[in-house]
Design a protein around this ligand. Structure first.
Ligand SMILES: C[S@@+](CC[C@H](N)C(=O)[O-])C[C@H]1O[C@@H](n2cnc3c(N)ncnc32)[C@H](O)[C@@H]1O
Length: 509
């Protein structure tokens, strides 16, 4: 038996690091979970394991093991059917109409996707609703903290229990029966969904780099109900910032009370409550003085070990979503990094607006900076980020391209350009931009990681491993907590962990 005071302390630790809330009534569950996790960590004594875990900031692999034992994996296709009816009948028609004839682009995020039933249900619904869906640029980002769930999701094979409340015809229309009597999702539907690890309690979002920006629709259902209330509210607020103006957020009916966010307004549909991002702000929020005077650090050329194995052969095209696996510093780390910035410069004010998701105002302030100095590459790149977060991807490209032209020796702008090009579905151009970033700075760890991810997905495992190993060797030259330039908050230690777990999850040949 773990002593109660220690369990109480550990429950606070979990709330801070994973978001999970274990009130006293759930301490039995907590004890069962941590007993199992202690075995995974090869501790004979649970108490010693708890003390060890709490003695330092947990690594990603520690969080993954804890999440594997402590998260709830209940889900099924078309769960809470009325939500999907609302999406199909009331939300998608208007959204599709507004995009048809324009860029025919839809971005959806299933945050806390579990074993994949939710994002695949969304993908199926889109395929049913949009007759020419194959000609659209549809991306469904599906993230979770539990690596076992993510693995199962990306396999995409399910038993009958996952279909316990599924409309007729779905199984026959979108799944293939396997020889074991299970059901495998159709490859074309599967291809719409990108699975990635993201800890909603700690990782940074919205972010152009991990693709969590400019969402039209976010599903985050049956997730924050397990969170400590304050953390749950923070998560909802950040998800609100990941939405486009007028984008939609779905939570489950029991989580409605946790949605307290100035940028979200409630919209009632028959049988479903949905939240919509509103561009209107309260007077207090419009007060610039209320914004803490911190802003992203300006990208610069990073230093690190030389003599790297830079690729000589051409790299394959970048697959969608390959930038997904960046581990970002938590918000507190980001702020810490930013305290050194000179206070109250116009650039800093503009970036603070951007950090707060006040994109229209941020764009206006940045355009003001550019009218004073039309060659300010840093302002151009900020404007590109703002537009990317607003979903104005063509404008984002234009300004980032200008930043690259105005400041030709800065690898950071090339890296940002690559992420925007990926979002535009231009993988070959993204590869070229990443290679240019590496030409300018062979120690650009993030560019190596992006190339590692994309070659891995193309099955070029050797080339991919080479990029990952290069990145690891560069990262060894930094302190763990060093925040990488133009990463929007990724620390060296965090990125190294992500690469290690990617490498170890692959059978390198
Ligand atoms: C009950 S399932 C909900 C699945 C799906 N959204 C649904 O409604 O059917 C909750 C999911 O949230 C995930 N989760 C818990 N804490 C998380 C965190 N801090 N970051 C990301 N996902 C988390 C769990 O791993 C689990 O897959």
């Amino acid at each position: 038996m773990v002593p109660e005071p220690l369990l109480a302390q550990f429950s606070g630790f979990l709330a801070a690091r994973i978001g999970l809330h274990f009130p006293r009534e759930r301490w039995d569950d907590l004890e069962r979970g941590i007993n199992a996790a202690a075995r995974d960590f090869r501790f004979g004594e649970t108490e010693a394991c708890i003390r060890w875990l709490m003695s330092s900031t947990p690594t990603r692999s520690q969080i993954e093991i804890l999440a594997s034992q402590l998260t709830v994996g209940e889900t099924y296709f078309f769960r809470e059917r009325r939500t999907f009816d609302t999406l199909e009948q009331s939300i998608l028609p208007e959204l599709i109409r507004s995009r048809r004839g324009n860029e025919r682009r839809l971005r959806i995020w299933s945050a806390g996707c579990c074993t994949g039933e939710e994002p695949y249900s969304i993908a199926i619904l889109l395929a049913r609703t949009i007759p020419d869906w194959r000609d659209w640029n549809i991306s469904i980002l599906a993230t979770d903290i539990n690596p076992h769930f993510l693995r199962k999701a990306s396999i995409g094979v399910y038993g009958a229990w996952s279909f316990r409340d599924t409309p007729a015809g779905i199984k026959a229309g979108f799944f293939r029966r396997t020889t074991e009597g299970r059901f495998e999702i159709h490859p074309a539907i599967k291809a719409l969904v990108t699975f990635a690890y993201l800890n909603l309690a700690e990782d940074g979002y919205p972010s152009v780099e991990n693709g969590s920006n400019a969402m039209d629709i976010i599903f985050c259902r049956n997730v924050v109900m397990y969170f400590e209330p304050e953390r749950g509210r923070k998560v909802i607020q950040n998800l609100g910032l990941s939405l486009m103006d007028d984008g939609w957020l779905f939570v489950s009916a029991v989580e409605v009370s946790q949605v307290v966010s100035p940028q979200l307004r409630v919209v009632n549909f028959p049988g479903a409550i949905v939240y919509r991002r509103s561009t209107r702000w309260t007077t207090a929020e419009n007060d610039l003085a209320a914004i803490p005077p911190w802003a992203p650090v300006a990208p610069n050329v990073s230093a690190g070990p030389a003599n790297l194995d830079i690729d000589e052969e051409p790299v394959a095209a970048l697959p969608p979503g390959s930038r997904q696996e960046t581990g970002r510093a938590s918000r507190p780390e980001r702020k810490q990094r930013e305290v050194d910035m000179p206070a109250h410069t116009p650039y800093r004010q503009a970036s603070a607006l951007y950090e707060h998701g006040r994109y229209s105002e941020a764009a206006e302030a940045t355009l003001g900076l550019l009218s004073r100095d039309p060659n300010d590459a840093k302002a151009m790149a900020l404007l590109a980020r703002i537009y990317a977060n607003q979903g104005r991807i063509a404008d984002a490209f234009e300004w980032c391209d200008k930043a690259v032209a105005a400041d030709k020796l800065n690898p950071g702008w090339c890296y940002l350009l690559a992420t925007i090009l990926q979002e535009q579905g231009r993988p070959d151009d993204a590869v070229a931009a990443l290679k240019r970033a590496l030409y300018l700075d062979q120690n650009h760890a993030l560019a190596h990681v992006a190339l590692g991810n994309l070659t891995r997905r193309r099955g070029k495992l050797k080339e991919s491993e080479r990029h990952f190993r290069n990145a690891l060797s560069i990262l060894r030259g930094y302190r763990q907590e060093h925040v990488l330039p133009e990463s929007e908050g990724v620390t060296a230690g965090r990125l190294a962990e992500i690469i290690q777990s990617t490498i170890s999850s692959e059978a390198w040949t």
